[in-house]
Every structure is written in structure tokens, then in C-alpha cells.
Design a protein around this ligand. Structure first.
Ligand SMILES: [Zn+2]
Length: 417
């Protein structure tokens, strides 16, 4: 199976991209393929990599807004999540995948519940995903031991789903919800099997203060003291880090996911981006779940990342468009250890085609700047993931049914007794 994107703009030049199976085989020379896509009036960019989300939270979109994080979690989100059924996750994830496809995302890193159902949805929708079952033992190691068995059984189900596009990882929620013993067990499991660890870290000032009160040290220092820092750790948020903690993250190759929209909405804080970058930490970009964003639009998150970093540092030269765009593409691919994030020969064929005739993109003096600052996800015309065309002309099969069914499930969940 081969696909040719003909006469498309790539890095400022008109060329053709030839895809064989799931890889980019050749740029520039081929003229024929099983499927030919007319690339005129379009630009090819790498599909976006969303490194922190909770996909099925689409069901709770706009359900509880304008609240502080702890109140939002404890009083509104967690009580609803306690009522979630496996079938809900399937439909919520289908809706999330649909939204991601329509806004140019080809890979996402997800943490939620009943993740075997999420895996089923992702497999059907054609995206690439790393899925972790959210792990919360309320800092009780006995509960943790039971949950660990469940975590491993979910991992086996995900691994047996039958596609290389979907992989499993470990999902300890955070240091304020998971016991030290469980965190250490996760680290051992990660070392033994190579799993990524998906984690929330230093999201709020309160998390830091509580950790200092209870452990006598800040979060990253504490995680270092219990042997949890590893290059397999992907830490979301990282808003509150001191210079010593940044050095520890850099020393151990921990990767981070910046989630600017969620951080601004919940007034959590701003990641010390410049210092992390200078320390050489791999920085990627996440939307966070649709309950705290409230969409999964990576182009919008790119703009927020650039603006938040400029605003919080008082320096408009911080987080320029190119760096932010790279966070959302190559940075994400590096954070997840996948061979995507660039349009180059032998890379995975994960490509978004941008409609250059959109008024908000015109005139295109600088495409990357225009995408980061002027565009939203609806400028994506065509999406290819793993060499398969998932959307063309902004249309994909079964769209209306997914929206309808997921809305029904979401309404039911919001009012379920
Ligand atoms: Zn999160």
C-alpha cells in the first residue's frame, strides 16, 4: 500500500511525499502510488504529538469550570469519574480521537480508566497512542498492591489489542495520590519492561507546600530520594520547580509535558520553560483533558504556550514559534520515544496537510509563525497516521454518529445517580 502527496509545500518548497506502508519512503522523486493526494494549496507538517491528556474527559467537557484545582477534582470531577463505566470510556475516547484527527494530532499520551476500552477506540480510529491506566492508591500501599495487579492486567489487554499504534505505559497519578511503595514498584516495573511512566508533577504550589510539610523536601527532590526519577518518566505540568530540581530532571533525562491551557485555566502556574530548556530537558506539549482545557486543539495549545511563557517571564523573545512548534512535534515524539515528529525519509508517516487558502493564514510570510499564532485546528485539511489517510477534505466516516453517541453518554454521566 502506497500513498503519494503530490505537489505539496514542505519546508518552503513544492515537492512530493511518497509513503510506503507506514513510513515515509521518499521525498521529491516519485510520481505514482496506489493513492494519490493532490497537495496543491496545502502544506505538509508533522502530525502533532499531544503528550498529556485524559481523552475520555471529553464526556465532562464544560461540566465544571471556573474552580480551583483541588475543589474541581475533589468535588466535581472525581465523584463523576467514580460513576464511569467501560462503555463510556470507549465513546469518550472515540470523540477525543475524532477531535484530535480534525485538529492535526496523530499521537497522544493518555491516562484514564478502563484503558482497554480506550485502546479499542484508538485502534478503530487509526491514531497512535500510549495508554496508561490512572493509578490512585490514596497513599495506601495495601490498596496499591491490588491496583498494581489490575494495572498489569490492563497492560496485557492493551498489548493484546493487535496494533503497533497502541502501546501501554504506567500511570501513577501523582505524588499526592500514590504511596511511596507503589511509586517504587512502578519504577521497578518500568526498568524491567521498558514502560514509560506517565505522571503529574509539581502542578500547583500547594502540591509543593504539602510535600515540604510531609517529607521535608520539594517534590522532585523527594522523588529522587525514593529512586523514582528515570528517563522513562514523562512528567506533566512541572510548574513549580527550583533550580536544583531542574538539574535533577536534566541529570536523569526525565521528559516533561507543558500544559499551558490547563495551567492558566486552573491558575496553577507556569512551567519554568527557559530554565528547563537551558538545562537540556526534553520538553513536549499537552492539552490535558477536555475538562480542564476544554478542547484538544494542539495549535491552540501552541499559542498558549508561547504567550504564557512570554507573559510569565516578561520577555517576548522567550518560546518563539519555532521552538513551540517543535515541542508539539519532534519534542513530543522524543518524549514518547517514537520515530515521528519530522517529515523525513524513513520516519513514521504521520502527516497533517494544512489548507493554505484559509483566510486566517493568508498571506503566509512564515508558515510556522502563522500556524502557532494565527491558526486553529480547523486549518487541517487531511490527516495521515501510520501511512493511512484518516481524514480528507475535513471529512471522515462515522463522524456524526460518534458525536451523537458520545453526547448521549456524556449527558447520562453528568446526571447519573
Ligand atoms: Zn492531567
Amino acid at each position: 500500500m502506497s500513498v503519494l502527496i503530490k505537489d505539496v509545500l514542505l519546508d518552503g518548497e513544492t515537492t512530493s511525499i511518497y509513503i510506503e506502508e507506514n513510513r515515509i519512503a521518499e521525498i521529491g522523486r516519485r510520481v505514482e502510488a496506489d493513492t494519490v493526494i493532490d497537495g496543491r494549496g496545502k502544506a505538509a507538517v508533522p502530525g502533532f504529538v499531544n503528550t498529556h491528556t485524559h481523552a475520555a474527559m471529553t464526556l465532562l467537557r464544560s461540566f465544571a469550570d471556573d474552580m480551583p484545582l483541588q475543589h474541581w477534582l475533589e468535588k466535581t470531577i472525581w465523584p463523576r469519574e467514580a460513576k464511569i463505566e467501560p462503555e463510556d470510556i470507549y465513546w469518550g475516547t472515540k470523540l477525543a480521537c475524532l477531535e484530535m484527527i480534525k485538529s492535526g494530532t496523530t499521537t497522544f499520551n493518555d491516562m484514564y480508566f478502563h484503558m482497554d476500552e480506550a485502546a479499542r477506540a484508538v485502534k478503530e480510529m487509526g491514531l497512535r497512542a500510549v495508554l496508561s491506566e490512572g493509578f490512585i492508591d490514596f497513599r495506601n500501599p495495601d490498596i496499591g498492591q491490588e491496583l498494581l495487579k489490575k494495572q498489569q492486567s490492563t497492560i496485557r489487554k492493551i498489548e493484546n489489542i493487535g496494533t503497533d499504534r497502541v502501546t501501554a505505559s504506567l500511570g501513577p497519578h501523582s505524588l499526592y495520590t500514590v504511596s511511596r511503595e507503589s511509586l517504587q514498584a512502578m519504577r521497578e516495573l518500568s526498568d524491567a519492561k521498558g514502560y514509560l511512566i506517565h505522571f503529574h508533577l509539581a502542578e500547583t504550589q500547594r502540591e509543593v507546600e504539602d510535600c515540604v510539610t510531609e517529607q521535608g523536601m520539594r517534590p522532585v527532590k523527594y522523588l529522587d530520594s525514593i529512586g523514582f526519577l528515570t528517563r522513562k518518566l514523562l512528567a506533566a505540568h512541572c510548574c513549580w520547580l527550583d533550580p536544583e530540581e531542574i538539574d535533577l530532571l536534566a541529570r536523569d533525562g526525565v521528559r516533561v509535558a507543558h500544559c499551558p491551557v490547563s495551567n492558566m485555566k486552573l491558575a496553577s502556574g507556569a512551567m519554568p520553560y527557559k530554565a528547563l530548556r537551558e538545562a537540556g530537558v526534553v520538553i513536549s506539549l499537552g492539552t490535558d483533558g477536555a475538562a480542564s482545557n476544554n478542547n484538544l486543539d494542539m495549535l491552540e495549545s501552541m499559542k498558549f504556550a508561547a504567550l504564557l511563557q512570554k507573559f510569565s517571564s516578561g520577555d517576548p523573545t522567550v518560546a518563539p514559534a519555532r521552538e513551540v512548534f517543535e515541542m508539539a512535534t519532534l519534542g513530543g515524539a522524543r518524549a514518547l520515544g517514537i520515530d515521528a515528529g519530522l517529515i523525513a525519509e524513513e520516519r513514521l508517516a504521520d502527516i497533517a496537510l494544512i489548507d493554505l487558502r484559509r483566510p486566517e493564514l493568508s498571506p503566509v510570510h512564515d508558515l510556522v509563525s502563522a500556524l502557532v499564532y494565527s491558526a486553529h485546528g480547523n486549518v487541517v485539511d487531511t490527516l495521515i497516521c501510520d501511512g493511512k489517510v484518516l481524514m480528507k477534505g475535513r471529512k471522515l466516516p462515522g463522524e456524526a454518529e460518534i458525536v451523537k453517541k458520545a453526547a448521549e453518554v456524556g449527558r447520562d454521566l453528568a446526571t447519573r445517580e
